[in-house]
Ligand binder design. Structure first.
Ligand code: SF4
Length: 429
């Protein structure tokens, strides 16, 4: 169990038992393979934050009882040294912002950035604060050594709406101004326009204004999203804020979220209509609505990036009314195949150092022999052709798994020829 070691003014310090969590596959939303969070609870105090939902088990006052994992940088350094499956570390979580006020005092996220830079490990970060600029040099070093993707959340350009629903966060304009500095340092930067609050900030005009402001600031993508209200603490808190600011909207919101779904989504009719409108605006403005392939291929190993690409393509096709069921099925088979290869690779490699080190990953041995594998991003920049051989493509394994000649040829062009899929034109370039 973590030990409580102190009580600074903005967060209670604990010692975390470990730094990194990971799933079998990278996460399609952030494109991180590993996750790591310095804080639990969030002083940004967004009225809609689903970190308040019971399913996340954050006890106490969500925005005031913030817990900080003070030993995270040391743990991260040690754990990265033992990993061999390379892929971006995602800083932050659904129940905290890495650059909330406590970070100015404690500097835990900044120290993690310096560890990632020293280890040459790629990173992704989502924040609502320009406090990220205090570590601009460290994130630039991560970008230079490997790759760094920062997503800045902007849900409204109306400062009165921001103040009511994100009372502890900085004004949206300050977040947008941070984009330029981060880009100058070599980071790729996108904007998460979510949640766009129903009847408050979800109109065509409101979204187009955010998109254009993000584009002018240099964002590479703008990802819109609607509001979810999970039944229980999250929904109750949101309604209490809404009733105070916009009492006339309480009934429309009650109707929108009357289904009480566990996921918190609103009615299908509303979601379908708004999603279609935001997609149309993205197309008109020529702005990708998901983290582009050209970016995530630098954050993940080629096979993991291909998995994310399949997931994103299925989403994009569905939004454009193209039947994506065969692609989704192939994606499931591919993910299971890749997870199986990894598991077999782990079982077949002896542990070293008294069982402390993680077994070498699937692409480790290939990276050793790659002509471009000497640098810190070993395993990410390895020869795709060698990777195909290692992963069994040359023996037809992937062709069998994908079981779709057209999709296999697509995968071959991505992996072997290094082609990039454009999310606006839906074409390889
Ligand atoms: S910044 Fe994110 S984690 Fe923090 S309160 Fe807002 S939505 Fe929740």
């Amino acid at each position: 169990m973590p030990e409580h070691v102190g009580m600074p003014s903005l967060a209670r310090l604990t010692l975390a038992p470990r730094a990194l969590r990971r799933g079998a596959m990278p996460e399609p939303f952030s494109c991180g393979l590993y996750a790591c969070a310095a804080y639990r609870g969030c002083a940004h105090a967004c009225a809609y934050c689903d970190g308040r939902a019971e399913k996340y088990f954050v006890e106490g006052d969500f925005s005031n009882d913030v817990v900080a994992r003070s030993n995270l940088p040391e743990l991260l350094d040690a754990e990265l040294g033992r990993l061999s499956d390379r892929g971006a570390v995602s800083l932050g979580s659904g129940v905290s912002d890495s650059y909330q006020r406590a970070e100015a005092e404690l500097g835990i996220t900044g120290a993690c950035a310096r560890v990632l830079a020293a280890r040459g490990w790629p990173a992704v970060l989502i924040t609502k604060s320009d406090l990220v600029l205090k570590d601009a040099d460290a994130w630039a070093a991560v970008a230079s050594a490997s790759a760094c993707q920062v997503s800045v959340t902007v849900t409204t350009l109306d400062e009165s709406v921001r103040a009511a629903f994100e009372p502890g966060a900085v004004p949206s304009e300050r977040r947008l101004e941070a984009i330029g500095r981060l880009k100058e340092g070599g980071c790729s930067v996108g904007v998460l326009a979510m949640p766009l609050l129903p009847y408050i900030g979800d109109s065509d005009d409101a979204f187009r204004a955010i998109l254009r402001r993000a584009k002018a600031a240099g964002a590479s993508f703008v990802m819109p999203g609607g509001l979810t209200l999970r039944p229980g603490r999250q929904k109750e808190h949101f309604f209490s804020v809404l009733a105070e600011r916009d009492p006339g909207l309480v009934e429309p919101y009650r109707r929108l979220y009357a289904e009480e779904r566990a996921s918190g989504i609103g009615t299908y009719a509303y979601r379908a209509e708004r999603s279609a409108a935001w997609d149309r605006i993205l197309l008109e403005e020529g702005m990708p609505g998901l983290l582009p392939h050209a970016i995530h291929r630098r954050l993940l190993s080629p096979p993991d990036s291909l998995f994310i690409l399949f997931c994103h393509m299925a989403e994009l096709y569905q939004r454009r009314g193209i039947d994506a069921r065969a692609l989704r099925a192939a994606t499931g088979r591919y993910a299971a195949w890749l997870a199986g290869l990894r598991a077999r690779a782990r079982r077949s490699k002896p542990r070293s150092g008294g069982g402390e080190a993680e077994a070498p990953g699937l692409f480790d041995a290939m990276a050793e022999s790659s002509p471009v594998s000497d640098g810190p991003c070993r395993g990410l920049c390895e020869s795709p052709v060698a990777l195909l051989a290692r992963a069994g493509l040359d023996s037809g394994d992937l062709e069998r798994v994908i079981d779709n000649p057209k999709l296999f040829e697509f995968a071959r062009r991505v992996l072997a020829d290094g082609e990039v899929f454009d999310y606006s034109s839906l074409k390889l370039t």
